[in-house]
Design a binder for this molecule. Structure first.
Ligand SMILES: [Cu+2]
Length: 319
């Protein structure tokens, strides 16, 4: 890529990203333990058809700003697909309510400024990871009976987490009606503080089933971004690492104009932020290309996103 285009690309993307990153840093400063930075500008892309793993299916649709999903599902290993029909990036985090916590308690806690209020009464078992507009992500999770609320904590350009704008939906998981075995994974990835352990640099194209475990002490996610042709991992990393720009009245306009340009990378699959000891199986159908895995969850101590601490890694897919 020519130097001029390169600079323009970096500048455009940085505006969009740094706005959300700046929002994250502000939230970190007021004690939010788990909200994380927004990311890449979007690009329309087709997504692969429904995977067919043979597991019970749960379809979730994300819009700006709402979820559509059934109110009740049976327990057991479940293939959960999130389709993003919104314009912003979204994920579906499955928050399992603690014993004694009601959905009404959760909805009240969601009105508090600090997301820590949610983690005091529930924990995330993961879910389909963040994807951009037009993309779909699929995971298999062993759903235990109980009360859940599905939320999106990706922030908008002003730093408002989407769950505060309507992206939260109650779900009841009823006693098991089906009891399949756990899926057989072709790869196991540990989310540790702060790395993607055992993520290979080279992956064969096509269908994959990755077992993803949070073996760390913090909340972690794995977002798989596909780099646009001609964009390098180093460029993408530089965009993410760029220091936040000062929020100004013009920043919002800059961010939206930047999205009119080609995206340097697109979120195509992954697993949502999950509490330690959670297990998700990511159902993947990867086209050839260059990718990177990233975790945007902030470290509660420093407020720095995990990718700043090492949780970002490139890989390539070739058939
Ligand atoms: Cu992380």
């Amino acid at each position: 890529m020519a130097g001029g285009n390169d600079d323009a690309l970096r500048l455009d993307a940085r505006h969009a990203l740094s706005t959300r990153r700046a929002a994250l840093m502000r939230m970190g400063a007021i004690g939010l333990a788990a909200v994380f930075v927004g990311r890449g500008v979007r690009a329309a892309e087709t997504h692969p058809g429904d995977p067919n793993t043979g597991y019970h299916k749960l379809a979730v649709t994300a819009k700006d700003y709402a979820f559509e999903l059934p109110r009740r599902v049976p327990a057991g290993h479940t293939e959960i697909t999130l389709r993003n029909e919104g314009s912003e990036e979204h994920h579906a985090m499955f928050m399992r309510l603690n014993t004694g916590t009601t959905t009404a308690d959760f909805m009240r806690a969601a009105k508090q400024q600090d997301i820590a209020a949610l983690f005091a009464i529930s924990s995330s078992i993961g879910g389909p990871g963040s994807v951009d507009h037009g993309q779909a992500s699929t995971v298999i999770i062993n759903l235990l009976p109980g009360a859940y609320v599905v939320i999106c904590i990706v922030p908008d350009a002003q730093g408002m987490p989407h769950y505060k704008m309507g992206m939260l939906a109650a779900l009841t998981v009823t006693e098991a009606a089906h009891a399949e075995d756990a899926p057989a994974a072709d790869l196991t990835i540990d989310l540790v503080d702060f790395a993607f352990d055992q993520l290979p640099r080279q992956i064969r194209g096509g269908q994959h089933l990755w077992k993803v475990l949070d073996t760390g002490a913090q909340l972690h996610e794995m977002v798989l971004n596909r780099l646009a042709p001609g964009v390098s991992f180093e460029q993408a990393k530089a965009i993410l690492m760029a220091p936040p720009t000062k929020p100004t009245a013009a920043t919002g306009a800059d961010a939206s104009s930047a999205t009119a340009h080609a995206a340097p990378f697109t979120a195509v699959a992954g697993v949502a932020p999950m509490n330690p000891a959670s297990v998700n199986w990511a159902v993947l159908n990867l086209a050839d290309g260059d990718y990177f895995a990233v975790c945007y969850v902030p470290d509660p101590k420093t407020g720095r996103p995990h990718f700043d601490l090492g949780m970002i890694a490139p890989f390539s897919v070739t058939s």
